[in-house]
Design a protein around this ligand. Structure first.
Ligand code: NAD
Length: 452
């Protein structure tokens, strides 16, 4: 009988996912462990380590009842019937495959902890996003336990998106479970079946499940890069990207989601997962396929560069000593996560041009400080957009926080140097209204509105 669920890795995935499982399955004890003691402490405090709408309520309901955040990895492994592995799998920065392949050292260390502390058979669930056929390697490490313990591996990739994690976990489009052992698959399926309709719980072989997660992210990122590539063409031709995507997206074969032009995708997953796919294609002798997917990442980098290029050329080819307010640093709204945020690249380029950058974000200021700690230049941090914008020459809107839409732009305009510029990197603002106030307005993939 399944009683104890353990998750190794208390991050953006492990933390919220286990909270929802504990909430939906009161008869199980759910324990989340991590090597990062500060993170565990934060999960046990009133100030959770990540911001996610709705998360606090779920944690408050379950913590101490059947949900525990703990640093006792050994004890948790001993007790566990099912172990979810939700550790980070970043892009390798050294050695073979550096810059593309996934760094699996955290996964392997986790496997070694499991064989060190386990005293009984376990189901080990790959929750992290992994290269296809990782389960084979993981299986070899686990089999080497030397005590005859049996570990059955199941792949159960997570499809939640940051900012909507709790909603995505409560009502997923699908739950994917891949494995070789029908009993193990059913054990994991029975957890989700507490709240997910059976027809949405898809079971496949191990390799399909591992590969599907990389493919899903690659296809989503590809849509963003496709639209962003067309936004550049729109600016040259007088076409309007929102009109183009709205009309194209009405075709039911295309659909309207993920067709919003902007400064590019960010987040910890898209780039690393596509690069991982690129590496795999190269490894399996498919250089053309690798090049095809690599272009999605290149297009994304180009879009951020193009944005800064437009800022420069429209501000008379220099931003040196000009104060620029950056509105939004998180990679998207409703999260404090800044990993791979395009705001990092944009800010660095502005600093290289000797601009004085004033960053404002409602949830991501602490992360922004860390991201820019080693970047040279004049940068300051604000949570109040009016203070950030005081005396600036331009506002660059980089994250689609709704609160930026509702600011008093007349007041902002009055506080700024003239001519005042707004570069709307998310097409969030009403360009006509801003122009009427007096701003020179530069959206993405649309006609610019200037007073010159
Ligand atoms: N962030 C997302 O939106 C998202 C969505 C779906 C899938 N994923 C995937 O899920 C995985 C985790 O992502 P994340 O964003 O939660 O990462 P994260 O960095 O927020 O969390 C990972 C945690 O694992 C811990 N850890 C690392 N090695 C450990 C070990 N040996 N023992 C115990 N704890 C250890 C780290 O200290 C960290 O707290 C990644 O593979 C990612 O690709 C992420």
């Amino acid at each position: 009988m399944l009683k104890n669920i353990v998750c190794i890795g208390a991050g953006y995935v492990g933390g919220p996912t286990m909270a929802v499982i504990a909430d939906r399955c009161p008869e199980y004890t759910v324990t989340v462990v991590d090597i990062n003691a500060a993170r565990i402490e934060a999960w046990n405090s009133g100030n959770l380590p990540i911001y996610e709408p709705g998360l606090e309520e779920v944690v408050r309901r379950c913590r101490g009842r059947n949900l525990f955040y703990s640093g006792d990895i050994a004890g948790a492994i001993r007790q566990a019937d099912v172990i979810f592995v939700s550790v980070n799998t970043p892009t390798k920065t050294f050695g073979t495959g550096a810059g593309k392949a996934a760094d699996l050292q955290y996964l392997e260390k986790t496997a070694r902890s499991i064989i060190k502390y386990a005293e009984s058979d376990k189901i080990v669930v790959e929750k992290s996003t992994l290269p296809v056929r990782t389960a084979q390697a993981l299986g070899r490490v686990l089999e080497a336990n030397g005590r005859g313990l049996k570990f059955r591996i199941v792949s159960n990739p997570e499809f939640l998106a940051e900012g909507t994690a709790i909603r995505d976990l409560n009502a997923p489009d699908r739950v994917l479970i891949g494995g070789l052992d029908a009993d193990a698959i059913e054990t994991v399926a029975s957890i989700y079946a507490h709240w997910v309709p059976r027809e949405k719980i898809i079971t496949t072989n191990l390799w399909s499940s591992e590969l599907t997660k990389l493919v899903s992210n690659a296809l989503l990122a590809q849509r963003v890069s496709s639209v962003n590539s067309i936004s550049a063409l729109c600016e040259k031709t007088g076409a309007d990207i929102d009109e183009v995507t709205a009309a194209a997206g009405l075709d039911s074969r295309i659909g309207k989601k993920f067709l919003k032009a902007g400064i590019g995708f960010g987040g910890s997953c898209f780039k690393k997962d596509i690069l991982n796919l690129v590496y795999l294609c190269g490894y399996y002798g498919l250089p053309e396929v690798a090049a095809y997917w690599e272009q999605v990442v290149k297009m994304n980098d180009f879009q951020a560069k193009r944005f800064v290029g437009k800022m420069l050329s429209s501000m008379f080819n220099t931003v040196a000593d000009k104060r620029i307010a950056v509105f939004g640093f998180a990679f998207k709204a409703d999260t404090g996560d800044t990993r791979e945020s395009p705001a990092i690249a944009v800010t660095r380029q502005l600093l290289e041009e000797h601009a004085l950058v004033r960053i404002c974000d409602p949830k991501a200021i602490e992360n922004a400080r860390l991201d820019l700690a080693e970047t040279e230049g004049d940068v300051s941090f604000f949570t109040d957009p009016y203070l950030a914008a005081e005396g600036t020459h331009a506002i660059a809107l980089l994250t689609d926080w709704q609160e930026f839409r509702n600011l008093d732009y007349r007041k902002l305009y009055d506080m700024m140097e003239k001519p005042a510029f707004i570069f709307d990197g998310r097409n969030l603002l009403d360009a006509g209204m801003l122009f009427d106030i007096g701003f020179n307005v530069y959206p993405i993939g649309k006609k610019e509105r200037t007073h010159f």
